[in-house]
Write a protein that binds this ligand. Structure first.
Ligand code: GAP
Length: 473
């Protein structure tokens, strides 16, 4: 049973220290959010899982970390200065500003159809570089990156030569991106500052590009399911040709059911990530050599040619790119929604259990003393916590009765609780309690680290994905 709606997660996230509204003491800042002590762990665990999966476990992908502020020319030749905009409309009645493509001709605030004509609004955040620059100096104008991808393209040659790579290979990057969204909202689903996990996979021009999109879709579905997301809540969406980004020949979005409370036909689904075939658009347009029909260089500003020489065929060409682009924040939200469940105890009380996979759980084991006024029990519990910490993330907690402590750990997704009781002082054993079944087992302290390690490694079986509704290519 996933969360019934996003609001349930917003309240849990604030109550338990996952995500807080940003700048709250000054009234907030239009849909900006801060990760709290547990949220930062969850988000780091997701990013680590992604990095391990692509950069460490595969042999064909390198990682980088490029700047957020790049030379403005990057955004000129990537096409973002000219085309990275959304259609904006104003309501003439109540003055609300909205995205024209999301409202079906009616003001979302007052329902009026008296709207201005749509006009383009560029979503890149502007800034001015240098202390001496004037506000309107075009030479000092720069942007915060709206995608991490361009930092990868402009480093293609650096990575390829430094790491002596041959096609096919990929470059992965995790980092913040910024978009001046017209209508941010729905918690961390759409914000102006967010984090992306992007990978550009470079292949030969004659590769089976469209089919490679499907292959990456399958790999990502498998990865999302390994994070505990149920296949029932994932769906594919083939982006129609007239909605493709300026660089894309084909894009398949993986959608998550972020709005289960809505009727099926009322947009239950929103994009979790997209997998695009970007052709050779980016490498070609950042290159110094290509010329137009009159022989004029298309990019007179670039100093490099980002083409690739294939030793086997003795041919030079611009590699083509398959790009899986995922959002960290949207993955965090999908993971939280899918992990949410409720269970009724013997007393008929409803308890929240966050069934996070052990890999993603912010805390792997909580060490709890049964009596906090007994120094020997407290001392033993603290010593166990300290001894476990080098091998797994453990916490010590004595801020309530044992029932309350268990309930709190269930609600933040801690897979195992370790209780030290009076008997432990005699038999050097503790009780290990399972988050999902509430079953308890007695384990010798000397064997505890190995026992916990084994329990945390065991993974639950993954479920198949819901049938795709619109995958006609
Ligand atoms: N380089 C391609 C690219 O950026 P995108 O579909 O615009 O593609 C990729 O973005 C992913 O980044 C999205 O699927 C989503 O997960 C995340 N994302 C984009 N805009 C976002 C926003 N305003 N807030 C949160 N996440 C966002």
């Amino acid at each position: 049973m996933p969360a019934p709606n996003i609001d349930t997660i917003v309240s849990l996230a604030k109550r338990r220290g996952f995500v807080f509204p940003s700048s709250e003491i000054y009234g907030g800042l239009g849909s900006a959010w801060d990760y709290g002590p547990l949220g930062v762990e969850l988000s780091n665990n997701i990013k680590q899982s992604w990095w391990r999966w692509l950069v460490y476990e595969r042999d064909d992908i390198e990682g980088i970390d490029s700047s957020i502020i790049l030379n403005r020319l990057v955004w000129k030749y990537s096409g973002h200065e000219a085309t990275f905009h959304d259609p904006l409309v104003d309501c003439r009645e109540c003055k609300t500003r909205m995205r024209a493509d999301k409202i079906e001709g009616k003001c979302t605030n007052c329902g009026s159809t008296n709207l201005t004509e749509p006009r383009n609004f560029n979503m890149m955040f502007r800034t001015i570089l240098g202390a001496a620059a004037e506000e309107d100096d075009p030479a000092a104008l720069a942007y915060l990156r709206p995608e991490t991808a361009q930092g990868i393209f402009i480093n293609f040659l650096n990575v390829q030569t430094a790491m002596r790579r041959k096609l096919p290979f990929g470059i992965a990057q995790i980092g913040k991106s910024f978009r001046n969204e017209i209508t941010p909202g729905n918690f961390i689903l759409r914000t102006r500052e967010f984090e992306q996990m992007e990978m550009e996979y470079f292949v030969k021009p004659d590769a089976e590009h469209l089919q490679m999109v499907d292959e990456w879709v399958e790999l990502y579905l498998e990865w999302f399911r390994s994070l505990g997301i149920s296949g029932e809540n994932l769906q594919l969406h083939e982006v129609p040709a007239d909605e493709l980004a300026h660089y894309s020949k084909r894009t398949v979005d993986i959608m998550y059911r972020y709005f289960p409370e809505r009727a099926e036909q009322e947009r239950q689904w929103e994009e979790l990530m997209g997998i695009a075939y970007r052709t050779d658009f980016d490498l070609r347009s950042h290159s110094s050599k290509p010329a137009d029909e009159e022989g004029k260089r298309v990019n007179p500003d670039s100093t490099e040619d980002l083409s690739y020489f294939d030793e086997a065929t003795k041919q030079r060409f611009y590699p083509h790119v398959i790009e899986p682009a995922a959002g960290v924040n949207r993955t965090v939200l999908a993971v939280l929604m899918d992990a949410y469940s409720e269970k009724t105890n013997d007393k008929g009380e409803t308890r929240v259990i966050l069934k996070l996979t052990p890999q993603l759980a912010p805390i792997k084991a909580a060490i709890l003393p049964l009596a906090k006024n007994k120094p020997e029990i407290v001392g033993m519990a603290k010593a166990i916590k300290r001894s476990l910490q080098p091998v797994l993330r453990a916490v010590y907690d004595d801020t309530g009765g044992i029932g309350k402590l268990y309930a709190r750990q269930d609600e933040i997704g801690t897979p195992l609780c370790v209780t030290v009781d009076h008997q432990s002082l005699e038999d050097e054993a503790v009780t290990v309690r399972d988050r999902d079944t509430w079953e308890q087992e007695r384990v010798k302290v000397a064997e505890l680290a190995e026992y916990l390690h084994k329990r945390l490694k065991a993974t639950s079986p993954v479920q198949p994905v819901a049938p795709a509704t619109n995958l006609d290519v």
